[in-house]
Design a protein around this ligand. Structure first.
Ligand SMILES: C[S@@+](CC[C@H](N)C(=O)[O-])C[C@H]1O[C@@H](n2cnc3c(N)ncnc32)[C@H](O)[C@@H]1O
Length: 252
């Protein structure tokens, strides 16, 4: 059992550790490695639990590491607008809306999916959530200039549809202001190739591969001067210990 003196010493130590981390926090994308401290076996095992995670009875397609990272980022950024590309059932959307309320953040969430039958009614009826049924292959027909002009910053833009990734990032890039964030989901090549792998024993575990990370790298080859990787979030639990390798990007 630790005594109070030890806790005080720990508090001081963690504060200077965090201050040091802040100094080296924002990193040039080209300096980031294509690796993680988490082995494939950990990703495969955690994937099983990821498909059993719920919020208010609705599935949340998130691993526990990114749930914590998201909640810290949302608390710090206080986004006035969140765009979620890929809704699925909307458990994540509802959780983020509840988080905005708990944190007293006056924010709105726009979430898009091609399949309007997937999101739960609770999500569609929530006053802070606007569900848009649309095809992100034609992203300029999903979001109009008129609508985006009216969305207050800071923005948090989450790419989680895995469709037209570079096109979607380029589309939003035109609108991003200093301090806004992109989260590019599932750039971890060890993520399961098909949902359910890691949970169902009759499905062999096949890793997703480098496809999505390469799409992010393609975008950052062109826009590398405009964004920095926020290593406070990517590396919170170890280097790239997230489903989103190098995927937390802050607009300069
Ligand atoms: C990985 S899931 C999203 C998970 C969700 N963000 C969460 O955290 O639970 C990907 C979603 O993208 C949607 N999607 C696939 N192709 C799409 C397209 N062309 N346009 C819009 N959404 C699409 C799928 O229907 C699916 O619900």
């Amino acid at each position: 059992m630790q005594d109070d003196t030890n806790y005080q010493a720990f508090k001081q130590r963690i504060q200077s550790y965090l201050a040091e981390k802040q100094r080296h926090r924002f990193v040039d994308f080209s300096k980031r490695e294509r690796r993680s401290d988490l082995p494939l076996s950990a990703i495969a095992a955690i994937s099983g639990g990821k498909y059993m995670t719920h919020w208010q009875g609705i599935e949340v397609f998130k691993d526990p590491l990114d749930v914590v990272i998201y909640q810290q980022l949302i608390a710090e950024l206080s986004p006035k607008t969140i765009f979620e590309l890929g809704t699925y059932t909307g458990g994540t959307t509802l959780w983020m809306a509840d988080l905005l309320n708990t944190l007293d953040i006056d924010g709105q969430i726009y979430t898009v999916d091609i399949d309007g039958s997937l999101p739960d009614d609770k999500v569609k009826k929530h006053p802070q959530i606007t569900f848009i049924e649309g095809d992100l292959n034609r992203i300029d027909s999903v979001f109009t200039d008129e609508m985006l002009t009216q969305c207050p910053h800071p923005w948090l833009v989450i790419e989680d549809a895995h469709i037209n990734v570079v096109g979607a990032l380029e589309f939003f890039h035109k609108w991003m202001q200093s301090g806004d964030y992109f989260i590019v989901e599932d750039t971890n090549p060890d993520s399961p190739a098909i949902s359910g792998m890691g949970l169902f024993e009759d499905m062999e575990y096949v890793p997703f591969g480098l496809g999505k990370l390469k799409e992010l790298e393609q975008f950052m080859q062109v826009r590398g001067d405009d964004y920095r990787v926020d290593s406070y979030y990517t590396d919170m639990f170890g280097f790239n210990a997230t489903w989103n390798w190098n995927g937390f990007l802050r607009r300069n």
